[in-house]
Write a protein that binds this ligand. Structure first.
Ligand code: HEC
Ligand code: HEC
Ligand code: HEC
Ligand code: HEC
Length: 508
């Protein structure tokens, strides 16, 4: 056979054909590669809605047609079986577990009823059921404003769009009852067009504005926590801003730590209620999950709420975000062990060890606070003056604020073990200082015995001690649940049927 070079020399057109066909092959290969990449990205990102719905659609079932995996995992938040040592998805009756809390909240609705949170699926059911919203039977009003719906329902963004934020908050809680049906859902965290993470609640945007920050320019990783910070935060109702409106406000202007927030409240002379026994001007911490999380090492290393509470999972070769938001202890492999290498059992022990240690002193502080409230009441009974009581009541307010800032967030002690220990220690200090002053004051009033600790081994006894008529509260609530709630539900169903009809008509 002749060498290739000779063939080319004899018939140069062969070289041209070879050159040309190589070009064509390379070009075709390029096309193929591009097409494969395109298909791949399409498979991942192409969003071809199966069902169309408006941007404000509150029903998870509709969104679920387009995103079945995320929807099905969201529906698992209905599962209440998991319980860890301190948390989990079962509704733990916190007052039965810790009857001291009834005394700490005397005069405030939390002393009637307080359950540990369960899954997002139950948010609307549980706000109907709690005694804290009262029993607004026909003609009666709830003690709570409409603002309380803000963190419970996917109907909220729709209603805020319709009437404006301030108008949404206006009025007592029962006046919007018929307008709210769907629990927390897709529209609360996602833009319906792009499915990007989205802040639907104005209070968070406004808090950022007041701190001079633009929430629309934060990183994607920060958004994976900020969607939660729409609700899992400390808040209060600002009644000064707009007349007759309980305006939802995050007290972050001076910073987000317990001390910064306390300064903010002190400066505006704010208190949530006056304690029934001690008459101290009290603060109630709501659930400062985001604020406490920020002080922990995970936040400092850029780990977001979603990293632990919404881990990726794989199903049929598809990787997606689990929307079964729950205690990560029910899925250590998917959450913690993505970054940590310890065995599951060791790891759970690490968590419990931190929780146990903070709880040990937290329980001590609860007892001290019960004593302080009751000793303060004794001082009033013995004729103490407001002037004599002023510093003492401030100390009680401060001690209980520190306790509540830790206790009110069920993940706080593991989110930030060091800061929560510091707060409890500081609370113990303040409570002891209050009690020392009380002992001296009581002595000057001629009382030198020990003020007896109340007999409060159960929730029932503690509630009797502060004079609550639980039978009446419970029976009114039952009547409300049996008569008013079905009416609200019927109205909501009719509204949603009308939407579906309208949609069908426009699509014809
Ligand atoms: C509490 C906030 C929240 C709610 C409610 C929520 N999501 Fe998500 N969703 C997230 C977060 C966080 C991610 C992760 C986004 C990221 O990192 O890009 C996500 C991701 C997604 C994605 C992107 C693909 C994936 O799996 O990572 C889809 C699609 C999605 N969610 C659909 C839904 C649907 C459908 C619902 C309602 C059933 C819903 N989401 C409710 C927070 C939420
Ligand atoms: C629209 C308000 C809202 C948003 C947004 C929200 N939550 Fe919640 N979350 C709630 C409410 C209300 C409950 C209590 C529901 C109940 O007990 O009925 C709750 C309960 C929980 C629980 C307890 C679940 C259990 O099984 O015990 C966890 C954990 C949780 N949320 C984490 C998150 C995380 C993480 C995010 C962000 C990805 C988030 N939440 C976003 C309002 C919200
Ligand atoms: C995205 C990565 C990531 C995930 C997920 C994660 N961690 Fe961590 N964790 C870290 C980093 C980073 C540190 C800081 C220590 C270091 O730099 O080595 C840390 C530190 C810790 C510490 C020691 C510090 C302390 O606060 O006491 C504990 C305990 C811990 N993690 C528990 C958990 C648990 C429980 C989970 C799951 C619910 C979890 N981690 C999930 C990254 C992660
Ligand atoms: C490093 C992982 C990690 C991060 C990040 C994290 N959490 Fe948690 N969270 C936990 C662990 C662990 C628990 C304790 C669960 C238990 O005791 O069963 C917990 C508990 C909770 C609970 C109570 C759960 C229950 O069962 O009732 C809520 C609510 C919560 N976290 C919300 C948040 C929010 C909101 C953020 C972000 C601001 C966040 N978490 C960030 C690991 C994490």
């Amino acid at each position: 056979m002749k060498p290739f070079r000779n063939i080319i020399n004899e018939k140069p057109w062969i070289a041209w054909i070879l050159f040309g066909s190589t070009l064509v092959i390379v070009f075709l290969l390029g096309l193929l590669a591009a097409s494969i990449i395109e298909r791949r990205t399409e498979a991942v990102f192409a969003y071809k809605p199966v069902v169309n719905y408006p941007d404000w659609e509150p029903r998870n079932t509709l969104w679920g047609n387009n995103f079945p995996r995320e929807y099905q995992s969201f529906m698992k938040t209905a599962d209440t079986t998991f319980r860890s040592k301190y948390n989990g998805s079962a509704s733990i009756d916190m007052l039965a577990e810790y009857p001291e809390l009834v005394i700490l909240w005397a005069g405030y609705p939390f002393s009637q009823d307080y359950l540990q949170a369960r899954g997002h699926f139950y948010a609307v059911t549980d706000i109907h059921k709690t005694l804290r919203t009262g029993a607004p039977l026909t003609g009666k009003s709830s003690p709570m404003p409409n603002t309380c719906w803000t963190c419970k329902s996917a109907d909220v963004p729709r209603l805020m769009k319709l009437s404006g934020t301030a108008d949404f908050y206006k009025g007592t809680w029962e006046t919007r009852g018929h307008e709210i049906k769907n629990p927390i859902g897709c529209v609360d965290c996602h833009d319906a067009q792009t499915m990007n993470l989205y802040i639907s609640r104005p209070a968070l945007v406004e808090a950022f504005q007041r701190m001079g920050k633009d929430i629309s320019s934060v990183s994607h990783q920060e958004m994976r926590s900020l969607v939660c910070a729409q609700c899992h935060v400390e808040y209060y109702f600002d009644k000064q801003r707009i007349k007759n409106v309980s305006y939802l406000t995050f007290p972050w202007d001076k910073g987000l730590t317990a001390d910064d927030i306390e300064k903010y409240y002190d400066e505006i002379n704010f208190s949530d209620w006056t304690h029934n026994l001690s008459k101290a001007p009290m603060l109630k911490a709501q659930h400062p999950d985001y604020e406490v999380y920020l002080t922990g090492v995970h936040a400092k290393r850029g780990v977001a709420c979603a990293d632990c509470h919404m881990p990726y999972i794989s199903e049929g070769g598809q990787k997606f975000t689990s929307h079964h938001i729950q205690s990560p202890l029910n899925n250590i492999t998917g959450s913690c062990q993505v970054c940590h290498r310890e065995e599951t059992e060791k790891f759970i022990n690490d968590v419990y060890e931190r929780q146990n240690k903070v709880a040990e002193n937290r329980r001590k502080l609860e007892e001290l606070l019960v004593r302080a409230h009751i000793e303060a009441k004794t001082a009033w009974d013995k004729g103490a003056t407001a002037e004599q009581m002023k510093d003492i009541l401030t100390l009680i307010r401060q001690a209980q604020w520190r306790w509540d800032f830790v206790a009110a967030g069920h993940g706080n002690t593991i989110h930030s073990p060091v800061e929560t220990s510091r707060l409890i220690a500081s609370g113990i200090n303040k409570a002891q200082e209050a009690r020392l002053k009380l002992t001296r004051l009581l002595a000057t009033l001629g009382y030198t015995d020990e003020v007896p600790y109340p007999d409060i081994p159960t929730k029932k006894k503690a509630q009797e001690f502060i004079g609550l008529d639980m039978q009446k509260l419970n029976s009114d609530k039952q009547e409300f649940l049996q008569t008013v709630i079905p009416e609200w539900f019927r109205e909501a169903q009719k509204r949603e049927k009308d939407w579906d009809e309208q949609r069908r008509n426009t699509q014809k």
